[in-house]
Ligand binder design. Sequence first.
Ligand code: HEM
Length: 117
Amino acid sequence: MEILRHIVVFVHITGFAILFGAWAAQAWGGKRQITGLMNVGLAIAAVAGLVLAAPWGVEYDLNYVKIGVKLVVLLIIGALMGIGQARGRRSGSVPPPLFWSIGVLTLLNAGIAVIWR
Ligand code: HEM
């Protein structure tokens, strides 16, 4: 069970890496658009995160306040990505505050995950 949970954490972190990597590639040298790969990373992180939030029956305390905060931040990231994608399609560019917020909030969630115990 413990090994399985570690594998799901690994999948979860991979989702984060895909989301942040795709965003960073757009931020530095890219067109600062919301890409399909960012959606894929967010979806992987979200599904694996929800699986991790379930009671696993192992000696391991879940911090539900922390998980709730991460879920809210993830939903905000998803909303910003949806709005950004629609704006990008309509006007050709994503408003900079919206684009940068996605990267900052993604890092914030990783920071919360690692620093808040
Ligand atoms: C963009 C969104 C997210 C990012 C960047 C992110 C990042 C991370 C990272 C880096 C870890 C590994 C931390 C460690 O093992 O020390 C982690 C663990 C975890 N994440 Fe997320 N996460 C996100 C969304 C979510 C969501 C939406 C949930 C649940 C609703 C969630 C639940 C968890 C749980 C339960 C763990 C297990 C480790 C722990 O909290 O102690 N995450 N996350």
